[in-house]
Design a binder for this molecule. Structure first.
Ligand SMILES: CC(C)(COP(=O)(O)OP(=O)(O)OC[C@H]1O[C@@H](n2cnc3c(N)ncnc32)[C@H](O)[C@@H]1OP(=O)(O)O)[C@@H](O)C(=O)NCCC(=O)NCCS
Length: 193
C-alpha cells in the first residue's frame, strides 16, 4: 500500500462510464417515475437494493432523486450515486453509491433491479467503478461492507477481485447500538514510481 493521501476530491465524470452493454450515468429526472414503480415492488423493501420508501410517492421519489444528485456535491447521506442503465434501451437496471473517506479509501454499495440479477451486472459494475475510483479519484483502496448472510453480495465481491478482511463493527451514532459487517477490500494497483 502506498502513502496515505489527503481526503479524496470527488467530481462527477463529464461523460457516462461505458461498460460492455451498460452505462453508469448520473441520476436525472427521468428516473422519478421508475423510483415510484420500484416502491411498489416488495423486493425493494426486502432487499433495500435501492434506498426508497415502500411504497414510494412521487414527492418522496423526487426528494430521493435530489439526494442522489446532491451526493455529488457532498450534500447527501447517500453519497455520490450512479445509475446503471442498459446502453441500448436506457432501462434502469441498478444503482451504485460511493462514499469517499478521509483516509484515501472509498466505500462502494450497489444494487441490481430484481429482474436483472444473476447476469453478472453487479460484478462488472463493481469492477468498473472501482477502477474509476483508482484512476480518477486516486483512491488507495475500495472497501465493501456486506451484511452477514448476504451471500450474493459476497459472491460479487470475490468475483470482482476483493479480499475478505474480517469483520467491521459500526457504532450507530447517538445510540449504544452496534452492528457487524463483513469487510472486503480491493487495493489499488501499484502505480509506477
Ligand atoms: C447483491 C446483488 C447486487 C447482486 O447483483 P447481480 O447483478 O445479480 O450480481 P452478479 O450477477 O454479478 O453475481 C451474483 C452472484 O451471486 C450468486 N447468488 C445469488 N443469490 C445467491 C444465493 N442465494 N446463494 C448463493 N449465491 C447466490 C449468483 O449465482 C452469482 O454468482 P455466480 O456468477 O458465481 O453464479 C443483488 O442481489 C442485489 O441487488 N441485492 C440486494 C441489494 C444488496 O444486497 N446489495 C449489496 C449491498 S453491499
Amino acid at each position: 500500500m502506498g502513502e496515505q493521501q489527503d481526503a479524496i476530491t470527488l467530481a462527477p465524470p463529464t461523460e457516462p462510464l461505458a461498460l460492455d452493454g451498460f452505462i453508469l450515468r448520473l441520476p436525472n429526472n427521468d428516473d422519478i417515475d421508475l423510483l415510484v414503480g420500484f416502491g411498489d415492488d416488495p423486493d425493494a423493501a426486502e432487499t433495500l437494493w435501492v434506498p426508497i420508501p415502500s411504497p414510494c410517492s412521487r414527492a418522496e421519489a423526487e426528494e430521493r432523486l435530489r439526494e442522489f444528485i446532491d451526493g455529488w456535491s457532498g450534500r447527501s447521506t447517500f453519497g455520490p450515486t450512479f445509475v446503471v442503465a442498459d446502453a441500448a434501451s436506457g432501462e434502469f437496471v441498478g444503482v451504485v453509491f460511493i462514499r469517499a473517506r478521509s483516509d484515501a479509501a472509498v466505500e462502494i454499495a450497489y444494487g441490481t433491479a430484481p429482474h436483472h440479477r444473476g447476469r453478472g451486472i453487479a460484478t462488472r459494475v463493481l469492477r468498473r467503478v472501482s477502477n474509476w475510483c483508482f484512476e480518477q479519484l486516486h483512491a488507495e483502496r475500495v472497501e465493501l461492507l456486506i451484511s452477514k448472510g448476504n451471500i450474493a453480495s459476497c459472491r460479487v465481491a470475490v468475483k470482482a477481485g476483493f479480499e475478505f478482511c474480517g469483520i467491521r463493527r459500526t457504532l450507530v451514532p447517538g445510540t449504544a447500538e452496534e452492528y457487524d459487517d463483513l469487510l472486503y477490500i480491493l487495493q489499488a494497483p501499484s502505480r509506477p514510481a
